[in-house]
Design a protein around this ligand. Structure first.
Ligand SMILES: [Zn+2]
Length: 659
């Protein structure tokens, strides 16, 4: 998935965008109850064809030969798209005696928190093959038990509310549908190995893009089993599609956006460069299950920014077209998600296999699966010349700064941060959490480790991180069977491969002990010096980033006070108000700026504060600086010429690897 900034950064970004903290807090107020909806139509709008023989599902080499029963057939229609509803029918035939246990997924591959997609399912009706109602029970909050009739068939109808077009949920409107399968399709326990067929009753002029296999009939697709269906998002709407052949396989780019064909052509060329650059890292493309990989690019204004990796496709969503700088922003998700076709979908942590759709999926390895992918997403854009040096070094500065500023990273390992994904990765909660002090996103944590490791391999071991990724690919990713890796990895596996690539098992052991299982800070300054880069502190005062003004002109602590900050030491925390600073009243951002301009970092000023409980008091406030840095070329800043070794390391690191 693509990077999600953690809570404090969201707050900081929202503040940058001019949103006052009060506006953010207001979002936690529950909306007023809505009036009851109108009754559903007596007849479902879409019905699967009953009694028709199941078609054999498309089969890839290594797929199981024996049929697990008749195909589960879904029909998806959009009779009320303008109100974001889809009507879905699932037909389960050839059932054994006993209740059919129908469920909705509670999690989604590539997202690590719990979602309970059943919350958007209603107007549920179960019938037999002749449309007679069947008794339906709710054994728990997560599904239904249906007793089949004599014909051994259950037709399960439901309405889905879908109003978020991104990689995790589902979005439907009159213009398009963007469907993440776990949010859409119910399933039956025990029938997971049956082949699947899906018919989309698409609106006129809608095209369909998906990694599912065309199944003969119009708008009908198949999956070899339910798990493959769950991994297969589908994008419907007016699309511009471009395809090309890459090493005997088809790469398709399907774009929904208001852009001209020329803009899509130009974008396709940039996507092509990314595909070739990342292929060069691993030495080859994966063998896609059906010889085809599809980018599902939804750049409509109603899309929500996200990216989600899948075996043979990726869901790319953003409310941005391809004009001007937007194209590069969108391309940043392409580089990240395409890298995942190797790293996480095929080079896969053992603790994510098999994926559990009924609970959260915790992994120790997201610093590698996501963090290294984050690193390569940005490095690829430098290698394709979509970034210049300065743009790439800004990303490097972010990784280093986030690590240096994070109180949580001082005592939590890469493994520990990965384990927090089940709550941090879009796991919404109403009760506040202290992630500002306990969590550093494994994207940043892992990207920082990738950076340090790459530079150390190049400087000390005549090796590269590219070679490490390629070795992981050869040993753990390349061989796949039944649409899954045959040999998912453990962390000791990764350590062993690092020892091989570095020709130094002691180094590999030390790296994992210090930085993966331990929480030692990488030696960024030393490592970056090998590429002729200096780590220069920015000497920013922290206070300006930690407070914000609400519409009433109150200067409020905007997020959890960071351990070690002046606010923290003065006993102030989120929601407390700064009334006066250095004897000047604070009523607008300009008042604060004027005071801060007069002070150097680490001076102490007097402040008058009002706690969120209403008590006023005077405090002494340390104006600490952040630990943020800017990574700069040494030859530009201090005018120190690069050594030949620094020059050649930097050139080899940043140059295109396409031969
Ligand atoms: Zn990702």
């Amino acid at each position: 998935m693509s990077n999600l900034k953690y809570a404090t950064r969201l707050l900081a970004l929202a503040l940058c965008a001019g949103l006052a903290p009060a506006a953010l807090w207001a979002q936690t107020v529950p909306p007023r109850p809505r009036p009851a909806p109108a009754k559903p139509a007596a007849k479902p709008a879409a019905k699967a064809k009953l009694g028709a023989p199941a078609k054999p599902a498309a089969k890839a080499p290594g797929a199981p030969a024996k049929a697990a029963g008749p195909a589960v057939r879904y029909a998806v229609a959009f009779p009320n798209a303008v109100h974001h509803e889809a009507r879905i029918t699932a037909t389960f035939a050839g059932l054994p005696p006993g209740p059919l246990r129908v469920r909705m997924a509670r999690s989604s591959p590539g997202r690590y928190s719990q979602h309970d997609f059943i919350k958007n399912v209603y107007y549920v009706v179960a019938t037999d093959g002749a449309d007679h109602p069947l008794p339906t029970a709710r054994p728990d909050a997560y599904g239904w038990d249906v007793t089949p009739g004599a014909d051994g068939t259950v037709v399960f109808h439901y309405t889905l509310y879908a109003n978020r077009s991104d990689g995790t949920y589902a979005g439907v409107d009159a213009q398009h549908a963007h469907l993440n399968a776990p949010a859409v399709f119910c399933y039956a326990l025990g029938l997971e190995n049956r082949p699947v067929e899906v018919q989309f009753n698409a609106l006129p002029d809608w095209k369909i893009a998906t990694q599912l296999q065309p199944a003969g009939e119009k708008n009908t697709f198949s999956a070899p089993n339910w798990a493959y269906l769950m991994d297969s998002p589908t994008m419907l709407g007016a699309q511009q599609v471009r395809t090309w052949e890459e090493d005997g396989q088809t790469i398709a780019l399907a774009v929904m956006s208001p852009d001209t064909p020329a803009a899509v052509d130009e974008y396709m060329q940039r996507v092509q460069q990314v595909v070739r650059e990342e292929k060069a890292i691993f030495g080859e493309l994966p063998t896609y299950d059906f010889g085809r990989y599809t980018f599902l690019a939804n750049y409509l204004p109603q899309a929500t920014s996200d990216g989600m990796e899948h075996r043979n496709s990726t869901s790319l969503t953003a409310p941005r077209d391809l004009q001007g700088a937007n194209a590069l922003s969108n391309l940043g998700t392409v580089t990240h998600e395409f890298f995942h076709a190797w790293n996480v979908k095929r080079i896969r942590p053992k603790d994510l296999e098999p994926f559990n759709f009924q609970r959260t999926n915790m992994s120790d390895a997201l610093w590698l699966a996501e963090g290294f992918t984050q690193y390569y997403g940005e490095l690829t854009l430098r290698r394709t010349h979509d970034y210049d040096d300065a743009a790439f070094f800004d990303k490097v500065s972010d990784w280093v700064s986030e690590r240096l500023n994070s109180p949580g990273a001082r005592y939590t390992s890469a493994v520990g941060m990965s384990q927090q994904a089940v709550f941090a990765d879009r796991g919404a909660s109403i009760d506040p959490v202290n992630t500002a002090n306990t969590f550093l996103s494994y994207y940043y944590y892992g990207a920082g480790l990738a950076l340090a490791l790459d530079l150390e391999l190049r400087r000390d071991h005549r090796a590269t991180l590219d070679q490490y990724m390629q070795a992981l690919w050869q040993q753990y990713g390349k061989k796949q069977a039944n649409f899954a890796p045959t040999r998912p990895y453990t962390l000791p596996d990764c350590q062993r491969v690092l020892g091989e690539v570095a020709h130094d098992t002691a180094y590999a052991g030390q790296f994992f002990r210090r930085y993966v299982y331990g929480h030692e800070q990488p030696r960024f300054a030393e490592d970056l010096q090998a590429a002729g880069l200096a780590v220069v502190p920015t000497h920013q005062l922290a206070l300006g980033e930690q407070v914000g003004f609400d519409p009433q002109g109150r200067c409020l602590v905007a997020g959890n006070a960071l351990i070690g900050s002046g606010l923290y030491k003065a006993g102030l925390d989120v929601g407390d108000q700064l009334l006066m600073l250095d004897d000047k009243p604070l009523r607008a951002p300009a008042d604060l700026d004027a005071v801060l301009k007069r002070h150097a970092p680490n001076q102490i000023v007097s402040a008058q504060v009002r706690t969120r409980a209403g008590a006023e008091r005077a405090v002494q406030l340390l104006l600490n600086e952040t630990a943020s840095v800017q990574v700069q070329r040494t030859e530009a800043g201090a005018k120190t010429p690069l050594t030949p070794a620094q020059q050649s390391l930097r050139d080899a690191w940043l140059a295109s690897q396409v031969r």
